[in-house]
Design a protein around this ligand. Structure first.
Ligand SMILES: NC(=O)c1ccc[n+]([C@@H]2O[C@H](COP(=O)([O-])OP(=O)(O)OC[C@H]3O[C@@H](n4cnc5c(N)ncnc54)[C@H](OP(=O)(O)O)[C@@H]3O)[C@@H](O)[C@H]2O)c1
Length: 301
């Protein structure tokens, strides 16, 4: 079964239900040559994964460029993929002594144009504000979103790591619907289930993107009591279905009615391939809660 698309009806746009993340591209043991990157892009496409999640800062501001150089070797791929990127975090270095956020209109324009250049594409499908900026002026941001859409540089804007009230604040100033809120969610970080994040997404009829779905791989190399219990539970369910622990974990995200979109972080082709098979193993409600219980170390009230 190929990875399906998930529709964003208000935006009249879809992305693949699993997205491939570029954060760890430069950590690939096989290197980050154009050939290696193309191997992973083509594998993703063959599995139905056509959406790639970037950020300007990934790989010390270099991963967008590595990806863009790979695309330049096979430009026919550009029309087959969807690109999401993020901006707004400023890393300390020669220009700035202090890490900070910048959501000024000048910086958003600068960053979007730099991403277009580095990725060697004409348009970005989705741009997310990477982190909520305490100095963010939602009216200024809404204005630059509109300008960049009118200029044909970006199709949709959204946010990442926003609380429901920060999301609502920006949405109230912006006349178009925000595309998503990309948040950290996995069995060891379940706050979005309970703090209103997913409720708001459901209300807005959009879908959340999920970062670090395997808790940075921690789920598969369990150390603490809860990690061991969670890994054992995933393995127990996997055995029943003749699947694997990673497939059960990715399937766990699919049960939520908000239509969660996990972003894969692995550089291993065989792990990408395995994740894509998670759609063949739908979990029951009881199995879903048993994973939640193992990870939280307690049953629901
Ligand atoms: N919006 C944000 O603030 C934000 C923050 C962080 C990340 N992100 C996005 O989310 C994406 C995914 O995050 P992530 O990289 O942390 O994902 P993740 O899947 O939680 O972590 C990936 C790490 O786990 C390991 N791993 C994955 N599957 C494994 C398996 N089956 N067995 C053993 N180890 C496994 C990988 O090693 P191998 O490569 O060796 O498999 C890799 O080191 C990023 O690429 C980025 O696009 C967004």
């Amino acid at each position: 079964m190929k990875v399906p698309q998930i529709e964003f009806p208000i935006h009249k746009f879809s992305i693949s239900r699993l997205v491939y993340g570029i954060w760890r591209l430069h950590e690939d043991k096989e290197g980050s040559s154009p050939e290696r990157i193309l191997e992973k892009i083509e594998l993703c496409l063959s599995l139905g994964i056509d959406t790639f999640d970037h950020a300007d800062i990934y790989g010390g501001f270099e991963n967008e460029e590595l990806f863009g150089k790979a695309l330049s070797k096979l430009p026919s791929l550009k029309s087959k993929i969807k690109i999401i990127t993020k901006c707004g975090i400023q890393i300390p270095g020669s220009k700035f002594p202090t890490k900070h956020y910048n959501t000024s209109k000048e910086h958003i324009r600068y960053s979007v144009e730099r991403s277009l250049r580095k990725l060697t594409v004409d348009k970005l499908d989705v741009v997310l504000i990477h982190r909520p900026d305490p100095l963010m002026d939602p009216y200024e941001l809404a204005e630059i979103f509109e300008v960049l859409i009118t200029e044909g540089k970006v199709n949709h804007f959204g946010v990442s790591n926003f609380t429901p009230s920060q999301f609502q604040m920006l949405q109230s100033a912006y006349r178009r619907p925000l595309f998503t809120n990309q948040v950290e969610f996995h069995p060891f970080r379940t706050e979005p289930l309970f703090d209103g994040t997913f409720d708001q997404i459901l209300e807005s009829r959009i879908h959340p993107m999920i970062w670090s779905p395997t808790a940075g791989g921690r789920i598969f190399v369990p150390k603490t009591e809860r990690e061991v219990a969670t890994h054992s539970k995933l393995q127990e369910i996997a055995k029943k279905y003749g699947s694997s622990a990673d497939q059960v974990l990715y399937s766990w995200f699919l049960n939520h009615p908000a239509g969660l979109v996990p972003i894969l972080g692995t550089n291993e082709p065989k792990r990408i391939q395995s994740a894509a098979e998670c759609f063949s193993y739908p979990l029951t409600r009881v199995e879903w809660f048993s994973i939640l219980e193992a990870a939280r170390g307690k049953e629901v009230a």
